[in-house]
Design a protein around this ligand. Structure first.
Ligand SMILES: Cc1cc2nc3c(=O)[nH]c(=O)nc-3n(C[C@H](O)[C@H](O)[C@H](O)COP(=O)(O)O)c2cc1C
Ligand code: SF4
Length: 708
């Protein structure tokens, strides 16, 4: 029997619905409903098969030859993958885990695992033997599902990939979304369900669709109970590879009806009971194969032309768009979300926010740690970013993962001058709103309208912005110092970066495994990128800082590895700060138990300095925010620390156009900021403010943990 016929026979259950509209309407309508991808969910009526009691359905019009039985279903392992921004999918995944762990009805499951899809190596799906369930929330903005979605789409449309590359998988998808998004309702989960089917995976239950604007929980419960009923039939777990017209060898091949019928006629003796088909149907099948091929060609062309959602091109006569049009990074929904969180969005991809220290400084209640370490007064500092997007999804992201993520810049690009003006205008607008707030000092309020520093660390990755050097120049022209923080995923951008006042790298972990766990990077070669960024830092000759955020039980035990990284990047300073707990985020598992006390941070720093074995010492501290500054002893001149910055000198050097180094613009660290000083980094000229009910003599670290 020819390979083509083998394909046809093995995929017969699916062919009736391949690529047709009519097919998707079958999906929920009874035995062997199909879906538009040509993959059939066997007996996927959404409940137990109607004829389960009578022993199951025989070969029928649609070619179903499956049967139900009372045999128990034995499953070694079920993996439940979820993707969430605000926690619902995770919650539902955990509910499903509980139900499956109770081995409902006729189903024996050895092991159930729940995991965030971003923590799974996508390529492992090719060899995955567990039953895979996907609970996926759709977002029309960049989100955590994008990486997996893109991977599946690439696999589906890359002509070099075997069309049956996912044939070892049995899967079911349940989408969470909101019908208010119209056409985009559950679009991402529907795409993934379709592409998995098209890549040969066996769908064991039809796509679920749960609507936030209706009773989403009830809809999910109903999907789960239908799915569990289906599992009770051992046959529902059988493989049903379906990829009839998508075999890798059949690219571009014309299907000839006559040839087809001849092959089938020659081979029908060999058909097993399960494969028994009515030969008369084959003519219809052939034309459907051809239609499917046409659909596929259209779909692939649309994909090659940059259409992101191939789904829309199926059976759609509209012309594919010529090239992807860059869109705004911040969608209207995201804009609303970020605005609610207090951000001012500038143009289409930048943002600014007033930090709580600026407000404290306006009231004379102290400055942030940058005042103790480098002489920055918070009311003169604007926290902003020219790119709200970044290439990580860190667990401690205090933005609750609402910012867009990406590996390449594919959005509109705003002009640097426009962004600088927009950042300053919005910053000043927010300052203005603080007029009349009790305790705001008139003098500080006036001073605040002349920003002197820009902390490019708000959210996202500033060096992602294509014109970062011009942007920095515009700030320097206004004599605004620049403190730029990067997440070390774009080493080439670090190499290209021109002089900034201080260049930071966030070092969130010290091993490949823990970096993946904490930063959840998008890049596959994230570790190589990270190391290469450190190498780049070492050769910059600028004032550089490693910023370490200690997360208890995540990265506090990796001292020796941090030492390696420090030797590699040779930073001028190492800032060590306990993680801030910002309340529950569905996207992160952090709790207050992961927040170290100031004494624990100090302990870690002492051990680190000892392990480095010379060249670095504990120089300054800001106990109020659980922060310690370790400095290179280059900045200890004649036994005194010079960690502060002479800002006017920095601009003079910059304007001179002559080369200079990090020691050319240092200033002496005040005594109250030094490590171990009784003030513990709190400027004695400020008034210490204690919250209501707090004992002034009490250790402040507990309060600090939640307030920074
Ligand atoms: C910014 C934003 C964009 C969204 N985009 C979509 C969308 O394109 N399609 C959709 O069906 N739902 C969309 N939703 C709704 C969410 O998918 C829905 O609320 C879901 O239940 C959230 O699940 P989660 O808590 O697991 O993140 C969007 C919600 C937000 C806040
Ligand atoms: S880099 Fe920053 S903004 Fe991006 S995810 Fe991590 S913590 Fe959030």
């Amino acid at each position: 029997m020819s390979e083509l016929v083998n394909n046809i026979i093995s995929g017969f259950k699916n062919i009736v619905s391949f690529g047709s509209e009519e097919a998707s309407s079958n999906a929920n309508s009874g035995c062997c409903g199909g879906n538009s991808d040509g993959q059939t969910a066997c007996c996927n009526s959404g409940s137990a098969p109607k004829d389960a009691e009578s022993g199951g359905c025989q070969v029928n019009e649609s070619g179903c030859a499956c049967s139900s039985s009372n045999e128990p279903s034995n499953i070694d392992h079920v993996k439940i993958f979820y993707s969430t921004l605000t926690g619902t999918a995770k919650k539902f995944a955990e509910q499903l885990e509980t139900q499956l762990n109770s081995n409902p009805g006729n189903v024996n499951i050895e092991k159930v695992t729940v995991m965030d899809i971003v923590d799974y190596d996508n390529d492992d799906f090719m060899a995955e033997t567990a039953v895979c369930l996907f609970i996926l929330s759709s977002y029309n903005v960049e989100g955590p599902l994008d990486w997996f979605s893109k991977w599946t789409q690439d696999l589906r449309y890359d002509w070099r990939v075997d069309r049956l590359s996912l044939q070892k998988i049995r899967f079911a998808v349940c989408g969470l979304g909101d019908s208010e998004y119209g056409e985009e309702f559950n679009a991402a989960s529907a795409d993934i369900d379709k592409w998995f089917g098209q890549l040969g995976a066996s769908r064991i239950y039809p796509l679920g669709s749960c609507d936030k604007s209706a009773d989403q929980q009830a809809q999910f419960n109903s999907w789960v109970s239908g799915f569990i009923s289906e599992l009770q039939d051992a046959h529902s777990l059988e493989f049903h590879p379906s990829n009839i017209a998508y075999d890798s060898d059949d690219e571009g091949e014309e299907v000839d009806d006559g040839e087809l019928n001849k092959d089938i006629g020659a081979g029908d003796d060999n058909l097993s009971g399960d494969e028994m088909v009515d030969v008369e149907d084959m003519g219809k099948m052939a034309s459907k194969i051809r239609a499917a091929k046409v659909n596929r060609a259209e779909e692939e062309e649309a994909y090659d032309n940059g259409k992101s959602r191939a789904k829309r091109s199926i059976g759609n006569t509209a012309e594919p768009t010529a090239a992807p049009v860059p869109r705004d990074m911040v969608s209207p929904m995201l804009h609303k979300n970020l605005t609610k969180q207090g951000y001012k969005i500038v143009g289409s991809h930048s943002g600014v926010k007033i930090c709580r220290w600026t407000k404290a400084a306006l009231r004379g209640r102290g400055f942030c740690y940058k005042h103790s370490f480098y002489g920055i007064q918070s009311h003169l500092c604007s926290e902003s970013t020219p790119s709200l997007a970044c290439a990580n999804k860190c667990v401690f992201c205090w933005r609750h993962h609402t910012n867009p993520v990406g590996k390449t810049w594919r959005w509109k690009v705003d002009d640097p001058e426009f962004i600088v003006q927009g950042v300053l205008e919005n910053h000043y607008k927010m300052i203005k709103q603080l007029k009349g707030v009790p305790g705001v000092k008139a003098e500080r309020f006036q001073e605040a309208f002349d920003v002197k520093h820009c902390a490019l660390s708000l959210v996202g990755e500033p060096i992602f912005y294509p014109h970062i050097n011009e942007f920095i120049k515009k700030l320097h022209e206004r004599r605004i110092s620049t403190f730029l923080v990067t997440n070390a995923q774009f080493p080439e951008k670090i190499a290209e970066l021109e002089q900034v006042t201080q260049l930071y790298v966030s070092v969130d972990a010290s091993t490949k495994e823990s970096l993946k766990k904490i930063d959840r990077p998008l890049f596959r070669d994230f570790w190589e990128r990270f190391l290469s960024s450190l190498d780049s830092l070492a050769t910059k000759g600028q004032r550089t800082v490693f910023r370490l955020t200690l997360v208890k039980d995540y990265n506090t035990d990796e001292l020796a590895n941090y030492v390696e990284l420090i030797r590699r990047g040779r930073p001028s300073f190492i800032e060590i700060k306990g993680v801030t707990y910002c309340g529950y985020s569905g996207a992160s598992n952090l709790t207050m138990a992961n927040v170290p006390y100031h004494t624990e941070v100090i302990e870690f720093c002492r051990k680190l300095v000892e392990a480095i074995g010379g060249g670095y010492e504990l120089a300054a501290e800001h106990a109020h925010s659980c922060s310690i500054l370790i400095a290179s002893t280059d900045f200890k001149i004649d036994g005194e620390w010079y960690t502060h910055i002479d800002y006017p000198k920095f601009f003079e050097l910059l304007e001179s156009g002559k080369p200079f180094n990090s020691l050319d613009y240092v200033a002496k660290t005040p005594s109250w900021a030094l490590f171990g000083a009784p003030e513990a980094g709190f400027d004695p000229n400020e008034t210490r403010f204690y919250r209501k009910g707090k004992n002034p003599n009490q250790d402040t670290t507990t309060e600090v943990a939640v307030a920074v």
